[in-house]
Design a protein around this ligand. Structure first.
Ligand code: SF4
Length: 258
């Protein structure tokens, strides 16, 4: 009863706010709960912004620009593109406090839905896009720290975001690395101990690069190797696997999936 009153209060607060609403996405890979046929997510547990250097990815490398999976989805699905652009418009010219409030409202809605369906509170930041400004990163930092009942995870190519988001217990943080930004990856690993999500043509190539920096090869993403399905009745691949969510180890991704 108390929980219901608090949620209602928060919804009233949001309705009385003039700030625009940020919208979450469904992503089959990150879903914590699926529909009974095991084909679609039941709770939207991710947030995105349009990708690319002209939008939210200031540190996009030539490798990621070439293969960006999320960027391809933006082109194929008009509705997805519109949703991302609406989120992008919403976060422009806002103060840190305003951004924090907008993100918090979105996370409140997410938590309300998780309680309704009894779903795990795991939230992937940026299925598409990245930390485009320091104020925006600061706002996320505050929200993550304020919502200890949610386990967040994120991959970023922005070094300042790694510096600002390191050391938060309920965040699985990865620096997305490839051949283009390997020197930055080395520095961030040495200075902050950040975990690496390495993208290369093959798992073997990624293994050599990760091993050179860390002494260990890192784990292959089991969804890419088809060891686990993208989604089934138990939820999405990331929920089943959990490696990135818990920040357990460095991860290898392969463009060729070989
Ligand atoms: S390694 Fe696991 S958690 Fe990470 S992206 Fe692949 S399936 Fe998801």
């Amino acid at each position: 009863m108390l929980m219901l009153m608090m949620n209602t209060q928060k919804k009233v607060l949001r309705l009385s706010s003039s700030l625009p609403r940020l919208r979450r996405n469904n992503d089959r890979k990150t879903a914590t709960l699926s529909t009974p046929d095991g084909k679609k997510p039941l709770v939207a547990n991710t947030f995105g912004l349009p990708s690319g250097k002209s939008f939210s990815c200031p540190n996009a490398t030539s490798v990621c620009e070439k293969v960006c999976y999320a960027g391809k989805l933006e082109k194929i699905f008009k509705g997805t593109r519109e949703l991302l652009l609406a989120n992008w418009d919403a976060v422009q010219n806002k103060s840190v406090n305003e951004l924090q409030q907008m993100i918090q409202f979105m996370i409140d809605d997410f938590k309300w839905e998780c309680d309704k369906y009894n779903a795990a509170k795991y939230f992937r930041i940026h299925w598409d896009g990245d930390f485009f400004s320091e104020d925006y990163t600061k706002a996320w930092r505050r929200v993550i720290k304020h919502n200890k009942d949610v386990q967040f995870w994120v991959y970023t190519r922005v070094p300042s975001a790694v510096e600002m988001l390191t050391g938060i217990d309920n965040l699985g943080l990865y620096f997305s690395a490839d051949d283009d930004n390997k020197h930055e990856a080395k520095r961030l690993r040495q200075e902050y101990g950040v975990k690496l999500a390495w993208l290369a043509d093959t798992f073997e190539d990624a293994s050599s690069q990760v091993r050179a920096l860390t002494g260990k090869p890192g784990a292959k993403c089991p969804e890419q190797t088809r060891q686990i399905p993208l989604i089934n009745i138990d939820g999405g691949a990331c929920y089943t696997c959990g490696l990135c969510i818990t920040n357990k180890t460095d991860i290898r991704f392969s463009i060729s999936k070989k």
